[in-house]
Design a protein around this ligand. Sequence first.
Ligand SMILES: *Cc1c(COP(=O)(O)O)cnc(C)c1O
Length: 423
Amino acid sequence: MMRDFDNDGGRMVFGGMHACDIADEFGTPVYVTDESILRENYRRIWEAFNRHMETDIHYACKANTNLAVLRILEQEGSGIDAVSIGEVLTCLRAGYSPDRIIFTGVNVGDQELREVAETGVMINIDSFSEMERLAELCPNASEQKVSIRITPGVGSGHGAKVITGNKGSKFGIPMNEVLNAYIRANDLGFDIRGIHAHIGSGGQTVEPFIDLMQILIDTSNAVSDAIGVGLEFIDMGGGIGVPYKPNEEEMDVEELSMTLTDMIAEESEVSRLIVEPGRYIVCDSTILLTRCVDVKDAGTKKYVGVDAGFNTLVRPAFYDSYHHVAIANKFNRACTGRYDIVGPVCETGDYLAHDRVLPDPEEGDLIAVYDAGAYGFSMSSRYNSRPLCGEVLVNEGRAELIREAENMEDLWRHQIVPGRLER
Ligand SMILES: *Cc1c(COP(=O)(O)O)cnc(C)c1O
């Protein structure tokens, strides 16, 4: 079930603090992350899998690349799934050693591929083109650890935009070419370590992961026969969904881990499993606090206008995602009407929540948007010339700034007006 928070006389408590105090101290909009939830989520999934089989958790950092978040997970022992050179370098900066990072890019150019290879991280090859180019630019292929991303023909996710594993997808090597890909990688002399697939993001059912695992096992067995060496690991990607709605079922990670590791133990020689959860680790660790600035009755609809729009949290506008909302200073009060929560972006598609019952919203109220830790800040933008907002870390009653909100100067920082246009 969706995580809910304590109520102290009508005030929402988050990370041992009143949400209102955090907003008063740091301003709004602001993302607020509870360190203890992050650690708890990481430990839960690590333990679920490692109870049955040696499993490395590689946090898929595109969900949230704040350096403090990365530090906390580094301390927990996590590895990283990175999708760009920027993410690789960010994680190195956060203290991860290269051998804990796997790079899984798609449509990677030569420049980026070279820079990634130079860091010494393992590369998950997405295409024949990438493999040939990597071989050309690697001084010594035998020192480049690789894995191959396959297109398993199994897709799953919270919406069409985030399903990646289906047949014909832009990601990975098509099933009928996978053996050839491993034979070629072997001929090129790469240090081949494993096999990888990622079916999509935010799927809520176990079945696609079982179908995926069967394919990964069968394929890895066929690969071992074809190239004459066993693979070290199977990497099942991420995509474990989380409940965003109050009564939504949670995926049973215990059942998932037991089923998948049983399959590997029975049918495979592979000794290690890799899982790449992004959303699962960070999603419910973070709320977005946004101030109600305007209330409007438009006849057919009532609007609560807030200071966060799709520039701050794009998931509702982009994916039609549900995020639970509550008024942090009227927490769990009786609801008085139905409202749309909408932001300051000049587009009708700019909304955070549709048709929610709320307790008499007024200007100055503080709205908490739940489950904002995954693909929240990391997808935010400066659209409408609004500076990126700040991020705060809370832990047992203490709050620390982990990203300053940008200011107006930041909007202009990298722009250049040619001399001939100067005033
Ligand atoms: C995005 C991504 C993930 C994580 O997806 P979640 O749904 O956040 O768990 C894992 N692996 C790869 C390769 C990805 O691109």
